[in-house]
Design a protein around this ligand. Structure first.
Ligand code: EPZ
Length: 458
């Protein structure tokens, strides 16, 4: 039985494309918000489970369309997978094919990162190229060059990345790899490939994001030998096999930042947990710079307090530990109401300022030139119909809608549901006047297509 045929299509349902969020702005929020597991850890750790020839139990998995899509990719590879609430049980002891399904990989870039794990396990992998998206071309040349350095032959034809390890051992070899840019995905792909390679691998100019560290900790919990994750130089000593594991994913720092900004723009007082303040140093620093009081209440709880005024500031997005590109759009929404002029430079992706024009429809005063946005603060925003063009742009429009006078309707919820775990429901619980019209609710939208307690076997 083809596992993927036994489950409903992972594509976000048409309803998500047709449903809209309706927000009546100007209402302060209050209360406590529970932060879900990190999307960008969950997706890559699910790929990492392919390295294991036993049972992987992954806890604190967020309820997201992208997680469902990644589950479909794993099922199509012959992996056994069940979900019960926020717990995923994965068994990749028998991967029945090295060929990932085209229509799924092109919908979910993160699934491409599995190429390293499949190649490490099977010595062969056929992975569709993920292609570009709204925020940029999203090439994978660093992933490919790193795998070639580890001894893989890679041909790209008809949109498919065909990789195999020549020779009888079909085992990748340790190598010294330098990344031209500290790519998160390339670091993760190559780190996974190296865990089962023959010999030692060194990845220089590696990405330092917390999600890279989370993946390294997950792999080490399976018996991998990874050192230096979180620094620019990661070394991996290959081992023959990885064993079963139970692992809990870190809280989502971008969801945390998004709610901090929502509290700031509505002049609200909120508490958020569980959080990792150390993952949010640039975000917290910038909010304080803007005049928003952020209090660390214990090791895993943050409080945002009402701010008298919002001060303009400048932002440049950078690889971690710099200011995260995924927080650029939400901060732009906040700065539309700051006193003074702010300058935002998006240096990570080449086309990640498209939300500026939608924010201007809400009365913002933003001019974009190349990768720089000039934001002149305005006294107020006014509600209007707007369209989310990508995941974080959609979040920015929700944030702006919470502060805008009157009604804002937001289309493009398929983007939002990819990366935020029931954002509208969480905001409703904080007192926001927000509702989802048409289609299905956020949690119904992402109901588990992997039915709980029925294991889907190959
Ligand atoms: C990851 O994407 C995240 N996605 C992104 O989050 C995040 O914005 C990004 O890292 C940067 O932090 C996941 O983890 C699933 P990159 P990734 O490779 O790995 C260039 C969100 O909203 N590059 O670090 O694809 C690339 O074009 C998403 O949650 C190459 O040139 O990002 C970009 O300019 C969006 N060649 C820069 O590096 C390559 O082979 C950084 O991209 C790979 C990347």
């Amino acid at each position: 039985m083809n596992p993927s045929s036994s489950l409903p299509d992972a594509k976000t349902s048409p309803e998500a494309d047709s449903s809209v969020l309706q927000i009546w702005g100007g209402h302060p929020l209050q209360g406590h918000v529970n932060i879900s597991g990190a999307k960008n850890s969950a997706l890559v750790i699910m790929a990492g489970a392919l390295l294991c020839s036993g049972d992987c139990r992954i806890r604190n998995v967020p309820l997201l369309a992208d997680v469902e899509r990644m589950a479909q990719v794993l099922l199509a590879l012959g992996v056994r997978l069940t979900r019960q609430s926020d717990i995923l049980d994965i068994n990749a002891s028998e991967i029945t094919t090295s060929k990932a399904p085209y229509e799924l990989v092109t919908q979910l870039r993160a699934s491409f990162f599995a190429i390293g794990a499949i190649l490490a396990r099977l010595g062969v992998a056929q992975m569709p190229l993920p292609g570009g998206c709204a925020i940029g071309a999203r090439p994978v040349d660093l992933h490919v060059r790193g795998l070639q350095a580890m001894g893989a032959e890679v041909q790209i034809e008809h949109g498919i990345c065909n990789a195999y390890v020549p020779g009888s051992s079909n085992r990748l070899k340790g190598a010294k790899i330098y990344l031209d840019t500290p790519s998160v995905g390339a670091t993760e792909t190559l780190m996974m490939a190296a865990t089962l390679a023959d010999g030692e691998t060194m990845i220089e100019n590696a990405a330092r994001e917390p999600e890279v560290v989370d993946l390294a900790n997950f792999c080490n919990a399976m018996g991998a030998k990874i050192q230096g994750a979180g620094t620019s130089t990661i070394t991996v000593v290959g081992v023959p096999k990885l064993h079963s594991v139970e692992y809990s994913i870190i809280p989502d720092r971008i969801e945390t930042g998004t709610f901090l900004v929502a509290g700031a723009i509505t002049r609200s007082e909120l508490t958020l947990s569980p959080v990792c303040p150390d993952h949010l140093i640039p975000v917290i620093a910038k909010l304080r710079d803007i005049g928003v009081p952020i209090i660390e209440e214990g090791p895993d709880c943050l409080r945002v307090r009402k701010s008298a005024t919002l001060r303009a500031t400048d932002i440049e997005t950078l690889p971690h530990p710099g200011f995260p590109t995924d927080m650029q759009a939400p901060f732009m929404a906040l700065l539309t109401l700051a006193e003074g002029d702010s300058l935002i430079n998006e240096s990570v992706f080449e086309n990640r300022l498209r939300h500026a024009s939608e924010l201007n429809r809400l009365g913002a005063d933003i001019r974009v030139k190349g990768n720089t946005a000039f934001v002149r603060g305005v006294p107020m925003l006014s509600g209007a119909p707007v369209l989310g063009t990508d995941l974080r742009a959609s979040a920015a429009l929700v944030i702006a809608g919470l502060a805008a006078e009157g009604q804002t309707t937001i289309q493009g919820l398929n983007h939002l549901d990819r990366g935020y775990d029931r954002l509208d429901l969480k905001l409703q619980q904080l007192g926001a006047r927000i509702s989802r019209l048409g289609g299905v609710s956020a949690d119904a939208q992402v109901t588990n297509s992997i039915h709980p307690s029925t294991s889907v076997t190959t």
